[in-house]
Design a protein around this ligand. Sequence first.
Ligand SMILES: Cc1cc2nc3c(=O)[nH]c(=O)nc-3n(C[C@H](O)[C@H](O)[C@H](O)COP(=O)(O)OP(=O)(O)OC[C@H]3O[C@@H](n4cnc5c(N)ncnc54)[C@H](O)[C@@H]3O)c2cc1C
Length: 280
Amino acid sequence: MKPSPFAYAKARSVAHAIELLAEDEARLLAGGQSLIATLNMRLSAPRVLIDLNGIGALDGIALKDGMIEIGALVRHAQAERSVEIARHAPLIARALPHIGHPAIRNRGTIGGSVAFADPAAELPACLLALGGEVSISGPQGARSVKADDFFKDLFETALTPRDVLTAIRLPAAAADSRIGFAEFARRHGDYAMTGLAACARADGKGLKDLRLAYFGVGSTPRRARNAETALAGGDVDAAVQALDRDLNPPDDVQATGAVKKHLAGVLLRRVARQLMEPRS
Ligand SMILES: Cc1cc2nc3c(=O)[nH]c(=O)nc-3n(C[C@H](O)[C@H](O)[C@H](O)COP(=O)(O)OP(=O)(O)OC[C@H]3O[C@@H](n4cnc5c(N)ncnc54)[C@H](O)[C@@H]3O)c2cc1C
């Protein structure tokens, strides 16, 4: 199938993109890895595409005030090669190779992935596990939204149709940071049936500030708060049992809810082992 006809405009800056978004049924184009497929299948028919590619201000990676800021247009492949991300955001570095295939990672962007908010995507769950923030510019100016408040419902976020996601900001990893990441997919590179991103700080032989963010288990990435409490207390079996109260995955094309819940427990045991390992 071919897309419905649309007009095309190249944004010169974030302010210019916001100006162009005032037009009805306008849509931002970043890496196009999700958007172009929805256009070709006519699941979406915007009147105008606003191309963000080429806005230099959106493709930087920088450490600022204890946070690592990743510009919206940073490609997955660029992030994979980044020394700053490997050092200061190791959870992101660990998740990136699981996103699709090299061709997709060469074009797909960090901002597009977070804005699209596929509930089975890796990066939204990592953002939630790290307690990060999303930087947004819109007609009313710039604002920052915490990851806990950003993902609203299926493919629905705190972004309005007039907003541009400009960057994500993540607390930089410290010496006592612990991370864990695991997912189960039919083939490497497929969207996960169930996945888990986790972050904590070492506390003697235990853990504190533990955040477990599951993906592929509902309409948004989801914290498992009861399991967090149990695991921080050192009881892995109790944490796995607590998932009954935290997660109620619906059946989808990949697996039944019961299979997803079983996988959630398996992944939690793997991630619990990773969280106990000091950073290398
Ligand atoms: C075969 C295939 C397999 C894939 N597998 C995975 C996978 O395993 N895991 C995974 O996470 N992803 C996967 N993806 C998706 C990939 O990660 C995409 O790159 C990502 O979802 C969207 O990023 P993009 O830059 O391509 O955004 P686009 O496709 O350009 O845009 C996606 C949506 O986000 C909006 N948008 C983009 N940028 C902004 C911005 N800065 N501000 C506001 N809105 C914005 C667009 O308007 C559009 O609605 C896969 C894609 C394909 C084609």
